[in-house]
Design a protein around this ligand. Structure first.
Ligand SMILES: Nc1ncnc2c1ncn2[C@@H]1O[C@H](COP(=O)(O)OS(=O)(=O)O)[C@@H](OP(=O)(O)O)[C@H]1O
Length: 329
Protein backbone atom coordinates (compact mmCIF):
# COMPACT_ATOMS: atom_id res chain seq x y z
CA UNK A 1 0.00 0.00 0.00
CA UNK A 2 1.49 3.37 -0.96
CA UNK A 3 1.97 5.85 1.88
CA UNK A 4 0.43 9.28 1.41
CA UNK A 5 1.54 12.43 3.17
CA UNK A 6 -1.37 14.76 3.72
CA UNK A 7 -1.19 18.53 3.94
CA UNK A 8 -0.59 18.39 7.68
CA UNK A 9 2.52 16.29 7.08
CA UNK A 10 0.89 13.18 8.53
CA UNK A 11 1.56 9.82 6.91
CA UNK A 12 -1.49 7.83 6.12
CA UNK A 13 -1.86 4.59 4.24
CA UNK A 14 -5.53 4.97 3.56
CA UNK A 15 -5.47 7.08 0.45
CA UNK A 16 -4.65 4.57 -2.22
CA UNK A 17 -7.41 5.53 -4.59
CA UNK A 18 -7.10 9.23 -5.15
CA UNK A 19 -8.90 10.32 -8.31
CA UNK A 20 -6.63 10.75 -11.30
CA UNK A 21 -7.91 14.07 -12.54
CA UNK A 22 -6.55 16.96 -10.57
CA UNK A 23 -6.00 20.70 -10.89
CA UNK A 24 -4.08 23.18 -8.85
CA UNK A 25 -6.05 25.11 -6.28
CA UNK A 26 -6.42 28.88 -6.00
CA UNK A 27 -3.26 29.91 -4.11
CA UNK A 28 -3.64 27.02 -1.65
CA UNK A 29 -1.14 24.25 -0.90
CA UNK A 30 -3.45 21.43 -1.98
CA UNK A 31 -4.67 20.21 -5.37
CA UNK A 32 -8.32 19.88 -6.28
CA UNK A 33 -9.35 16.35 -7.27
CA UNK A 34 -12.32 15.59 -9.46
CA UNK A 35 -14.03 13.33 -6.95
CA UNK A 36 -17.62 12.15 -7.41
CA UNK A 37 -18.04 14.84 -10.09
CA UNK A 38 -16.94 17.77 -7.95
CA UNK A 39 -13.62 19.50 -7.34
CA UNK A 40 -12.83 18.32 -3.86
CA UNK A 41 -9.92 19.97 -2.01
CA UNK A 42 -7.24 17.30 -1.54
CA UNK A 43 -7.20 17.99 2.21
CA UNK A 44 -10.91 17.11 2.47
CA UNK A 45 -11.26 13.96 0.34
CA UNK A 46 -10.54 11.57 3.16
CA UNK A 47 -12.94 13.36 5.51
CA UNK A 48 -15.71 13.62 2.90
CA UNK A 49 -15.46 9.89 2.27
CA UNK A 50 -15.51 8.97 5.95
CA UNK A 51 -18.40 11.30 6.55
CA UNK A 52 -20.32 9.60 3.73
CA UNK A 53 -19.64 6.21 5.25
CA UNK A 54 -20.14 6.93 8.95
CA UNK A 55 -22.39 9.91 9.50
CA UNK A 56 -25.71 9.01 11.12
CA UNK A 57 -28.32 11.71 11.08
CA UNK A 58 -30.87 12.27 13.84
CA UNK A 59 -34.42 13.39 13.10
CA UNK A 60 -33.92 16.82 14.68
CA UNK A 61 -30.72 17.61 12.73
CA UNK A 62 -30.58 20.73 10.58
CA UNK A 63 -28.10 21.07 7.74
CA UNK A 64 -26.86 24.42 6.44
CA UNK A 65 -25.50 23.63 2.98
CA UNK A 66 -23.74 26.13 0.77
CA UNK A 67 -21.31 26.72 -2.01
CA UNK A 68 -18.21 28.31 -0.37
CA UNK A 69 -18.29 32.11 -0.08
CA UNK A 70 -22.05 32.35 -0.52
CA UNK A 71 -23.05 33.49 2.98
CA UNK A 72 -22.50 30.25 4.89
CA UNK A 73 -21.48 31.95 8.12
CA UNK A 74 -24.49 34.26 7.99
CA UNK A 75 -26.89 31.39 7.43
CA UNK A 76 -25.21 29.35 10.17
CA UNK A 77 -25.71 32.23 12.61
CA UNK A 78 -29.35 32.68 11.56
CA UNK A 79 -30.13 28.96 11.66
CA UNK A 80 -28.58 28.71 15.13
CA UNK A 81 -30.41 31.77 16.49
CA UNK A 82 -33.74 30.75 14.93
CA UNK A 83 -33.60 27.10 16.01
CA UNK A 84 -32.71 28.13 19.55
CA UNK A 85 -34.96 31.19 19.81
CA UNK A 86 -36.94 29.73 22.72
CA UNK A 87 -33.81 28.70 24.60
CA UNK A 88 -32.00 32.01 24.13
CA UNK A 89 -34.89 34.42 24.00
CA UNK A 90 -32.83 37.40 25.13
CA UNK A 91 -29.58 38.54 23.61
CA UNK A 92 -27.90 38.55 26.98
CA UNK A 93 -25.49 35.64 27.17
CA UNK A 94 -26.32 34.54 23.62
CA UNK A 95 -23.73 31.98 22.39
CA UNK A 96 -23.29 33.95 19.14
CA UNK A 97 -21.77 36.78 21.18
CA UNK A 98 -18.92 34.59 22.37
CA UNK A 99 -18.52 31.93 19.67
CA UNK A 100 -17.93 32.13 15.94
CA UNK A 101 -20.80 30.56 13.91
CA UNK A 102 -18.38 28.03 12.41
CA UNK A 103 -17.75 26.79 15.97
CA UNK A 104 -21.42 26.59 16.97
CA UNK A 105 -22.40 25.05 13.63
CA UNK A 106 -19.41 22.92 12.60
CA UNK A 107 -18.85 21.61 9.11
CA UNK A 108 -19.65 17.93 9.00
CA UNK A 109 -17.09 16.81 6.49
CA UNK A 110 -14.03 18.72 7.62
CA UNK A 111 -12.43 20.72 10.37
CA UNK A 112 -10.43 23.88 9.83
CA UNK A 113 -7.35 22.33 11.38
CA UNK A 114 -5.39 19.17 11.92
CA UNK A 115 -8.07 17.50 14.05
CA UNK A 116 -8.41 13.80 13.62
CA UNK A 117 -11.48 13.29 11.46
CA UNK A 118 -12.60 10.24 13.42
CA UNK A 119 -12.58 12.31 16.64
CA UNK A 120 -14.47 15.01 14.77
CA UNK A 121 -17.17 12.56 13.68
CA UNK A 122 -17.47 11.32 17.27
CA UNK A 123 -17.70 14.87 18.60
CA UNK A 124 -20.48 15.65 16.12
CA UNK A 125 -22.36 12.52 17.13
CA UNK A 126 -22.46 13.77 20.71
CA UNK A 127 -23.52 17.36 20.07
CA UNK A 128 -26.60 18.61 21.94
CA UNK A 129 -29.84 18.43 19.94
CA UNK A 130 -30.98 20.02 17.77
CA UNK A 131 -27.63 19.53 16.08
CA UNK A 132 -26.98 22.06 13.34
CA UNK A 133 -24.24 21.28 10.85
CA UNK A 134 -22.70 23.00 7.89
CA UNK A 135 -21.64 21.33 4.67
CA UNK A 136 -20.12 22.33 1.33
CA UNK A 137 -20.61 18.84 -0.09
CA UNK A 138 -22.83 18.73 -3.21
CA UNK A 139 -26.24 17.14 -2.67
CA UNK A 140 -25.56 13.87 -4.54
CA UNK A 141 -22.49 13.23 -2.35
CA UNK A 142 -24.19 13.75 1.01
CA UNK A 143 -24.44 10.66 3.25
CA UNK A 144 -27.47 8.51 2.56
CA UNK A 145 -28.74 9.10 6.07
CA UNK A 146 -29.20 12.78 5.18
CA UNK A 147 -30.45 12.36 1.61
CA UNK A 148 -32.94 9.62 2.38
CA UNK A 149 -34.36 11.06 5.61
CA UNK A 150 -36.70 13.94 6.33
CA UNK A 151 -34.13 16.09 8.05
CA UNK A 152 -34.19 19.72 6.99
CA UNK A 153 -31.58 21.22 4.70
CA UNK A 154 -31.24 24.97 4.15
CA UNK A 155 -29.13 25.84 1.11
CA UNK A 156 -27.68 29.28 0.50
CA UNK A 157 -26.13 30.35 -2.78
CA UNK A 158 -25.04 33.63 -4.24
CA UNK A 159 -24.91 35.50 -7.51
CA UNK A 160 -21.82 33.98 -9.20
CA UNK A 161 -20.39 37.47 -9.91
CA UNK A 162 -20.19 38.34 -6.22
CA UNK A 163 -19.35 34.75 -5.30
CA UNK A 164 -16.29 34.88 -7.55
CA UNK A 165 -15.02 38.17 -6.08
CA UNK A 166 -15.54 36.94 -2.52
CA UNK A 167 -13.71 33.66 -3.21
CA UNK A 168 -10.81 35.34 -5.00
CA UNK A 169 -10.33 37.83 -2.15
CA UNK A 170 -10.62 35.09 0.48
CA UNK A 171 -8.23 32.58 -1.06
CA UNK A 172 -5.59 35.27 -1.50
CA UNK A 173 -6.03 36.31 2.14
CA UNK A 174 -5.72 32.84 3.66
CA UNK A 175 -2.90 31.62 1.42
CA UNK A 176 0.36 30.66 3.12
CA UNK A 177 2.93 33.45 2.87
CA UNK A 178 5.18 31.20 0.81
CA UNK A 179 2.50 30.84 -1.90
CA UNK A 180 2.18 33.35 -4.74
CA UNK A 181 -1.21 35.07 -4.95
CA UNK A 182 -3.60 33.93 -7.66
CA UNK A 183 -4.26 36.72 -10.15
CA UNK A 184 -7.82 37.77 -10.83
CA UNK A 185 -7.46 36.69 -14.45
CA UNK A 186 -6.24 33.20 -13.59
CA UNK A 187 -8.84 32.69 -10.85
CA UNK A 188 -11.57 33.90 -13.24
CA UNK A 189 -10.57 31.37 -15.91
CA UNK A 190 -10.70 28.59 -13.32
CA UNK A 191 -14.06 29.82 -11.99
CA UNK A 192 -15.49 29.90 -15.52
CA UNK A 193 -14.36 26.29 -15.94
CA UNK A 194 -15.93 25.33 -12.62
CA UNK A 195 -12.51 24.65 -11.08
CA UNK A 196 -12.88 25.97 -7.55
CA UNK A 197 -13.25 24.23 -4.17
CA UNK A 198 -16.48 22.15 -4.29
CA UNK A 199 -17.21 23.35 -7.84
CA UNK A 200 -18.47 23.49 -10.47
CA UNK A 201 -20.64 26.11 -8.80
CA UNK A 202 -23.46 25.57 -11.33
CA UNK A 203 -23.85 21.86 -10.62
CA UNK A 204 -23.57 22.54 -6.86
CA UNK A 205 -26.45 25.03 -7.06
CA UNK A 206 -28.51 22.88 -9.40
CA UNK A 207 -28.16 19.75 -7.23
CA UNK A 208 -29.80 21.54 -4.28
CA UNK A 209 -32.15 23.55 -6.50
CA UNK A 210 -33.62 20.43 -8.11
CA UNK A 211 -34.00 18.78 -4.73
CA UNK A 212 -35.76 21.86 -3.33
CA UNK A 213 -38.20 21.78 -6.26
CA UNK A 214 -38.86 18.05 -5.82
CA UNK A 215 -38.99 18.14 -1.99
CA UNK A 216 -39.75 21.67 -0.76
CA UNK A 217 -40.35 20.46 2.80
CA UNK A 218 -36.90 18.94 2.93
CA UNK A 219 -34.68 21.45 1.12
CA UNK A 220 -35.13 25.21 1.40
CA UNK A 221 -33.28 27.14 -1.31
CA UNK A 222 -32.14 30.65 -0.52
CA UNK A 223 -30.22 33.32 -2.39
CA UNK A 224 -27.89 35.66 -0.49
CA UNK A 225 -29.30 38.59 -2.46
CA UNK A 226 -32.90 37.82 -1.45
CA UNK A 227 -31.91 37.35 2.18
CA UNK A 228 -30.19 40.76 2.14
CA UNK A 229 -33.17 42.44 0.54
CA UNK A 230 -35.81 41.23 2.99
CA UNK A 231 -34.14 39.52 5.93
CA UNK A 232 -37.22 39.67 8.13
CA UNK A 233 -39.41 37.83 5.62
CA UNK A 234 -36.84 35.07 5.18
CA UNK A 235 -36.14 34.72 8.92
CA UNK A 236 -39.86 33.98 9.42
CA UNK A 237 -39.78 31.60 6.46
CA UNK A 238 -36.79 29.70 7.91
CA UNK A 239 -38.48 29.45 11.33
CA UNK A 240 -41.60 27.97 9.73
CA UNK A 241 -39.55 25.61 7.59
CA UNK A 242 -37.70 24.36 10.68
CA UNK A 243 -40.97 23.87 12.55
CA UNK A 244 -40.22 26.57 15.14
CA UNK A 245 -42.40 29.52 14.01
CA UNK A 246 -42.35 32.72 16.04
CA UNK A 247 -45.45 33.31 18.15
CA UNK A 248 -47.31 36.62 17.92
CA UNK A 249 -45.92 37.61 21.31
CA UNK A 250 -42.39 36.81 20.18
CA UNK A 251 -42.87 38.87 17.04
CA UNK A 252 -44.31 41.84 18.88
CA UNK A 253 -41.53 41.69 21.47
CA UNK A 254 -39.04 42.43 18.65
CA UNK A 255 -37.43 39.00 18.69
CA UNK A 256 -37.08 38.81 14.91
CA UNK A 257 -35.40 42.22 14.71
CA UNK A 258 -33.05 41.20 17.53
CA UNK A 259 -32.01 38.04 15.70
CA UNK A 260 -31.44 39.98 12.48
CA UNK A 261 -29.30 42.53 14.32
CA UNK A 262 -27.33 39.87 16.18
CA UNK A 263 -26.52 38.05 12.91
CA UNK A 264 -25.94 41.17 10.84
CA UNK A 265 -22.62 41.65 9.09
CA UNK A 266 -21.88 44.84 11.05
CA UNK A 267 -22.53 43.23 14.43
CA UNK A 268 -20.75 39.96 13.72
CA UNK A 269 -17.71 41.59 12.19
CA UNK A 270 -17.32 43.80 15.26
CA UNK A 271 -17.53 41.08 17.91
CA UNK A 272 -14.24 40.41 19.65
CA UNK A 273 -14.71 36.66 19.09
CA UNK A 274 -14.79 37.20 15.32
CA UNK A 275 -12.10 39.86 15.16
CA UNK A 276 -9.24 37.88 16.59
CA UNK A 277 -7.99 34.35 16.82
CA UNK A 278 -8.13 31.37 14.50
CA UNK A 279 -10.87 28.86 13.92
CA UNK A 280 -10.56 25.63 15.89
CA UNK A 281 -7.02 24.32 15.86
CA UNK A 282 -6.61 25.62 12.34
CA UNK A 283 -4.70 28.44 10.81
CA UNK A 284 -7.55 30.46 9.32
CA UNK A 285 -8.02 33.77 11.06
CA UNK A 286 -11.66 34.36 11.94
CA UNK A 287 -11.58 37.95 10.68
CA UNK A 288 -11.15 36.58 7.14
CA UNK A 289 -14.76 35.38 7.08
CA UNK A 290 -15.96 38.98 7.12
CA UNK A 291 -15.09 41.28 4.23
CA UNK A 292 -17.77 43.59 2.74
CA UNK A 293 -20.92 41.58 3.27
CA UNK A 294 -22.98 43.27 0.58
CA UNK A 295 -24.50 42.75 -2.83
CA UNK A 296 -22.88 44.02 -5.99
CA UNK A 297 -19.16 44.40 -5.18
CA UNK A 298 -18.48 42.64 -8.50
CA UNK A 299 -18.88 45.97 -10.35
CA UNK A 300 -15.59 47.10 -8.79
CA UNK A 301 -13.70 44.09 -10.14
CA UNK A 302 -15.19 43.02 -13.48
CA UNK A 303 -14.12 44.30 -16.90
CA UNK A 304 -16.75 44.34 -19.71
CA UNK A 305 -15.32 41.13 -21.31
CA UNK A 306 -15.44 39.34 -17.93
CA UNK A 307 -19.06 40.43 -17.46
CA UNK A 308 -19.98 39.20 -20.92
CA UNK A 309 -18.22 35.87 -20.45
CA UNK A 310 -19.67 35.03 -17.04
CA UNK A 311 -23.15 36.19 -18.06
CA UNK A 312 -23.07 33.73 -20.97
CA UNK A 313 -21.93 30.88 -18.72
CA UNK A 314 -24.62 31.60 -16.12
CA UNK A 315 -27.31 31.67 -18.85
CA UNK A 316 -26.04 28.51 -20.48
CA UNK A 317 -25.53 26.45 -17.31
CA UNK A 318 -28.78 27.41 -15.60
CA UNK A 319 -30.90 27.45 -18.74
CA UNK A 320 -34.17 25.57 -18.39
CA UNK A 321 -33.67 24.89 -14.67
CA UNK A 322 -35.94 27.62 -13.33
CA UNK A 323 -33.03 29.01 -11.31
CA UNK A 324 -31.81 32.45 -12.36
CA UNK A 325 -29.92 35.49 -11.13
CA UNK A 326 -30.29 39.17 -11.95
CA UNK A 327 -28.80 39.94 -15.39
CA UNK A 328 -25.61 42.01 -15.42
CA UNK A 329 -24.21 44.17 -18.18
N1 LIG B 1 -23.47 38.39 8.85
C1 LIG B 1 -23.25 38.48 7.55
N2 LIG B 1 -24.15 39.02 6.72
C2 LIG B 1 -23.92 39.12 5.39
N3 LIG B 1 -22.78 38.70 4.80
C3 LIG B 1 -21.84 38.15 5.58
C4 LIG B 1 -22.02 38.01 6.98
N4 LIG B 1 -20.93 37.42 7.49
C5 LIG B 1 -20.08 37.21 6.47
N5 LIG B 1 -20.63 37.64 5.32
C6 LIG B 1 -20.05 37.61 3.97
O1 LIG B 1 -20.19 36.30 3.41
C7 LIG B 1 -19.07 36.00 2.57
C8 LIG B 1 -18.34 34.79 3.09
O2 LIG B 1 -19.05 33.66 2.66
P1 LIG B 1 -19.13 32.31 3.51
O3 LIG B 1 -19.60 32.61 4.87
O4 LIG B 1 -19.93 31.39 2.67
O5 LIG B 1 -17.62 31.83 3.56
S1 LIG B 1 -17.18 30.32 3.92
O6 LIG B 1 -17.53 29.49 2.74
O7 LIG B 1 -17.81 29.90 5.14
O8 LIG B 1 -15.70 30.43 4.04
C9 LIG B 1 -18.20 37.24 2.60
O9 LIG B 1 -18.69 38.05 1.52
P2 LIG B 1 -17.82 39.21 0.84
O10 LIG B 1 -17.79 40.32 1.83
O11 LIG B 1 -18.56 39.60 -0.41
O12 LIG B 1 -16.47 38.64 0.55
C10 LIG B 1 -18.54 37.82 3.95
O13 LIG B 1 -18.19 39.17 4.12
Amino acid sequence: MAAFTNVYGENTEEKTTLPLQKEKSWAQPYPLYLFQDFWCPGIHIDAVQRFQQHFQSKESDVIVASFPKSGTIWMKALAFAISNHQRFSSLEGHPLLTSNPHELVPFMEFTFGPDDIQDHILRLANMAEPRIFGTHTPFPSLPKSIKDSNIKVIYICRDPFDNFVSAWAYFNKIKPVSFPPVSKEEAFEMYCNGVVDYGPWWSHMLGYWNESVAKPNKVMFMKYEDLKEDTSFHVKRIAEFLGVPFTEEEESSGMIENIIKLCSFEKMKDLEVNKSGVIGRGSIEKKNFFRKGDNGDWVNHFSPPMTEKLSKIVDEKLSGSGLSFKKHS
